[in-house]
Design a protein around this ligand. Structure first.
Ligand SMILES: Cc1cc2nc3c(=O)[nH]c(=O)nc-3n(C[C@H](O)[C@H](O)[C@H](O)COP(=O)(O)OP(=O)(O)OC[C@H]3O[C@@H](n4cnc5c(N)ncnc54)[C@H](O)[C@@H]3O)c2cc1C
Length: 378
């Protein structure tokens, strides 16, 4: 259910773009592990790269719930592109929410569609415990000198800009600051793309900072404010991943239902067997209940209500649903599901990472537990 006729038009436009431009490209690009940079320009030209940001900043001025449903449509066909769009949106958040007036003048360029962003928080020894990061930014004259390595960065080496989280003091989580950096600059080099199980069309690489100079005026927020900025960006980002997971699961379910009505065994379509129809029914129930969790969280966010607990619940429920539904979709297709001639095995490989990035599902449970404990303490 969409809130406005404008949102309905947006979803219709997305569906058309997805079926004409993305669907034919997805499988070959994933097979070749080819990053589809041109597709992001196409999304930009279609006004889909800055949807939840204000129009006066160059965004689409859409409620979060509408942006997420656009993401879902894209993910149902090509998860790498949907995750890329979600990461770009995440990367624009610190500037939009914490940039000063002068800094925010850059937003139209970031949201305009020509540029692509990355979000550089994780490090080899600071994954779930991101507050333990050790990349250092030392203030010198009019700039910061940055040294250290960021790992697992989506769009690493491909992005035009990164939001970078680096240590400006030894005071644990209070010693981290947030910076906007250029995608290519002296002192910044990249590792080779990680060889992943899935999402092969989405480049993931290390960022090596070796005496890279970041202008002091590109620090977002105060020194030491970086970790709260990172966490608040992730609250919204997790909703993006939840929507991607629901789209992926819906795509797998659609393939499975179509196959089950066409494939005949014992002289009738396999869906005529209650044993298989029940499996499909459980898949549909998982997809629709997962969608309800992300929409609930997004509507709270759109109304300015706290939504952190609901975002973690949505990420947990939706990505676990995507894992289960995509495994079951392979089952519905039998031996054919296990081949690369059908897309469901790819969907299954892509679902796995959704339980891992932007906070593993164990970490989501930790966040939900903390919210519950706080609610009683009040
Ligand atoms: C494809 C991909 C893309 C990514 N993109 C980005 C990106 O763009 N930017 C970025 O900054 N990062 C990115 N990441 C990193 C991602 O966010 C981390 O991989 C994730 O946060 C987990 O960190 P880790 O891999 O170091 O695992 P660890 O933190 O080492 O966790 C290993 C296991 O231990 C569990 N665990 C850890 N601590 C606890 C605890 N306290 N209680 C219970 N269980 C626990 C975890 O749940 C997990 O199962 C990406 C990762 C992947 C795989």
């Amino acid at each position: 259910m969409l809130p406005t006729p404008e949102a309905e038009d947006l979803i219709a436009l997305t569906r058309e773009l997805v079926s004409k431009e993305l669907a034919p490209r997805a499988a070959p690009a994933e097979e070749a592990a080819a990053f589809p940079r041109d597709i992001f320009r196409l999304l930009g030209r279609s006004g889909l790269l800055g949807l939840p940001y204000p129009e006066e900043d160059g965004g689409g001025g859409q409620p979060y719930e509408v942006y997420l449903q656009v993401l879902e449509e894209i993910a149902s066909v090509w998860a790498s592109v949907a995750v890329g769009l979600s990461v770009h949106t995440l990367a624009c958040y610190p500037l939009s929410a914490f940039g000063d007036e002068e800094q925010r003048k850059q937003l139209p360029e970031l949201l305009g569609g020509e540029l692509l962003g990355g979000y550089a928080l994780s490090e080899a020894h600071a994954g779930s415990d991101a507050g333990a990061l050790s990349t250092r930014a030392v203030a010198e004259d009019d700039h910061y000198l940055v040294n250290g390595t960021k790992t697992w960065i989506t769009h690493g080496g491909e992005a035009d800009f990164y939001v970078l989280f680096a240590r400006t003091s030894d005071d644990g989580g209070k010693g981290i600051s947030c910076f906007l950096t250029e995608g290519q600059m002296p002192g910044l080099t990249f590792g080779p793309p990680e060889r992943k199980m899935g999402l092969t069309g989405s480049t993931t690489a290390q960022l090596h900072f070796d005496n890279a100079r970041v202008p002091a005026e590109w620090r977002l927020g105060d020194e030491g404010q970086g970790f709260p900025i990172a966490l608040s960006a992730l609250d919204s980002g997790r909703l993006g991943i939840a929507a991607c997971a629901v789209g992926l699961a819906q795509g797998a379910l659609d393939h499975a239902v179509r196959y089950a009505t066409e494939r005949e065994q014992f002289g009738r379509p396999i869906i005529a067997n209650q044993g298989l129809a029940f499996l499909l029914a459980d898949m549909a129930a998982a997809v629709e209940s997962a969608r309800a969790t992300y929409l609930d969280a997004a509507r709270r966010k759109d109304r300015g209500l706290p939504f952190g607990r609901q975002a973690s619940i949505a990420k947990l429920v939706a990505t676990d649903a995507a894992m289960k539904v995509t495994i079951d979709a392979v089952q519905v297709l039998g031996g054919y599901g296990y081949t690369r001639d059908f897309p469901v095995e790819r969907y299954m490989r892509e679902a796995k990472v959704m339980q891992i990035f932007e906070g593993t599902n164990q970490i989501q449970r930790m966040v939900i537990g903390r919210h519950l404990a706080k609610s009683v303490a009040k």
